[in-house]
Design a protein around this ligand. Structure first.
Ligand code: FES
Length: 165
């Protein structure tokens, strides 16, 4: 099946990303379950599916954008923005949850200006949630890349983040 010529939305896509998406579309348009198949392959190939990519894919797959967005948000394996240089994972396992984990998460959202699974505009941090990382005695815990910060006071999280450039 052919991929239709670029429309206005396409200009928002970087040419190299558009090329990768088109290669996936050419191979898979018209196959049963094409939407899920294409989204999975784009996620694997590009690493995320941004709003302009979503619009383009909805147009090419001939599905409503709301449907495509619904699929992306239902499955946690899909990302809608690139991964930042540092991954910040707030533990919401039981021990961390009862010892201020949710407050820590809200503070991080506020400090970073992003929601869970989003990346800051400067591409520095991606905020995620994780489950028990085996450091329950230090709850609440936040992992930054491979570092574990324990007994984190939410009001001090800005200071902890400062050393990650
Ligand atoms: S529950 Fe957070 S480290 Fe175990």
């Amino acid at each position: 099946m052919n991929v239709t010529p670029p429309g206005e939305l396409v200009t928002e896509l970087q040419p190299e990303i558009r090329e990768k998406i088109d290669a996936i579309l050419v191979e898979n348009l018209g196959k049963p379950g094409a939407t899920m198949l294409v989204l999975t392959l784009v996620q694997e190939t590009v690493g995320y599916i941004s709003p302009p990519m979503q619009s383009y894919l909805a147009e090419q797959l001939d599905v409503p954008l709301s449907h495509l967005y619904g699929v992306l948000t239902f499955y946690s394996s899909f990302r809608t923005s690139p991964i930042g240089r540092h991954k910040v994972s707030v533990c919401l396992g039981t021990a961390c949850y009862v010892r201020n984990g949710p407050t820590l998460l809200e503070k991080l959202k506020q400090v970073l200006g992003v929601e869970v699974n989003e990346t800051t505009a400067d591409n520095r941090f991606t905020l995620e949630i994780c489950r028990c990382v085996g450091a329950c005695s230090q709850a609440p815990v936040v992992m930054i890349d491979d570092d574990i910060a324990g007994r984190v006071d939410p009001s001090k999280i800005g200071r902890i983040l400062r050393k990650y450039k």
